[in-house]
Design a binder for this molecule. Structure first.
Ligand SMILES: CC(C)(COP(=O)(O)OP(=O)(O)OC[C@H]1O[C@@H](n2cnc3c(N)ncnc32)[C@H](O)[C@@H]1OP(=O)(O)O)[C@@H](O)C(=O)NCCC(=O)NCCS
Length: 194
C-alpha cells in the first residue's frame, strides 16, 4: 500500500472525484446510513475545507485503486467546535483556539473489504505526521460506530458528547495530545538603521 500526503489546495481539490465514491460507500454503512444528500453535503464541505491553511489529505492506494483516505485541518480562532456540548462544561482556556493549537481529523475512511490490515492506522499516522504547531488532535465520532472504540485504541480520550448543530445526531468528541513539529518562527523584524 502506498500513502501519499497532499497539502497543496489545487491538488487536494483535484482528488475529490476519487474520494467521493469511497466516502459514499463507507458512510452508507450503519450507523451512518448516509444517502445522496449527505454525500452532496460532504462534497460541498470539502470544497471549502481543502482551501483552508494547514489542510492535509492522505490517500492509501495500491494496484486495486484507492483503499481509503483521511483528511483534516486546524481549528480557526472563531470556531464553534467546542460549542454544543451536552455532557461537559469546557473552560475558556480549554476552548481557546488560534488557528494552530488544535488539528481536527475530519474524515477517516477505509473501504470495508480493506479493513483490519493497518490501513486506518497508517492513514491516521501519516495525517498527523508533519503537522506544525498543533498541541492536540480532536475529532467527532458517532458513539455507536465501531470507529469510536478504534479511536480509543489508538490513544484518544473522550471530551464529552456534543450535538454540533440543531438536528444533528449526537457525536462523541475525542482528543489526543500531540507533539507537533514546532511552528515556523515569526519573522524577526530587522533592526532599523538610523
Ligand atoms: C475506523 C477505520 C478507519 C479503521 O480502519 P482499519 O484499516 O480497519 O484500521 P486498522 O486495520 O489500522 O486497525 C488498527 C487496529 O485497530 C484494531 N481495530 C480494528 N477495528 C476495531 C474496532 N472496531 N474497535 C477496536 N479496535 C479495532 C485492529 O485490530 C488493529 O489493532 P492492532 O494494530 O493492535 O492489530 C475503518 O474501520 C473505517 O473506515 N470505518 C468506517 C468509517 C468511520 O467510521 N470512520 C471514522 C469516523 S470519521
Amino acid at each position: 500500500m502506498e500513502y501519499s500526503t497532499v497539502t497543496d489546495p489545487g491538488a487536494a481539490g483535484r482528488e475529490l472525484n476519487q474520494l467521493a465514491p469511497i466516502y459514499e460507500a463507507v458512510f452508507a454503512e450503519p450507523p451512518y446510513l448516509e444517502g445522496p444528500r449527505d454525500v452532496a453535503e460532504f462534497l460541498e464541505r470539502y470544497q471549502r475545507e481543502h482551501k483552508t491553511a494547514g489542510f492535509r489529505l492522505v490517500l492509501a492506494r495500491d494496484a486495486d485503486g484507492l483503499a481509503g483516505f483521511a483528511y483534516g485541518l486546524p481549528l480557526a480562532s472563531g470556531t464553534g467546535w467546542w460549542s454544543g456540548f451536552l455532557t461537559a462544561s469546557l473552560s475558556e482556556e480549554f476552548t481557546r483556539e488560534d488557528g494552530r493549537r488544535t488539528f481536527v481529523v475530519m474524515e477517516l475512511a477505509v473501504l470495508a473489504e480493506r479493513r483490519g490490515r493497518g490501513v486506518g492506522r497508517a492513514l491516521h499516522a501519516a495525517l498527523l505526521d508533519g503537522i506544525t504547531g498543533a498541541e492536540r488532535i480532536t475529532l467527532a465520532v458517532r458513539p455507536e460506530a465501531p470507529a469510536s472504540a478504534w479511536y480509543e485504541r489508538i490513544g484518544y480520550e473522550v471530551v464529552g458528547l456534543t450535538r454540533p448543530w440543531d438536528g444533528a445526531p449526537v457525536y462523541r468528541c475525542m482528543i489526543k495530545q500531540h507533539h507537533a513539529l514546532p511552528a515556523p518562527a515569526e519573522p524577526v523584524p530587522s533592526p532599523s538603521l538610523s
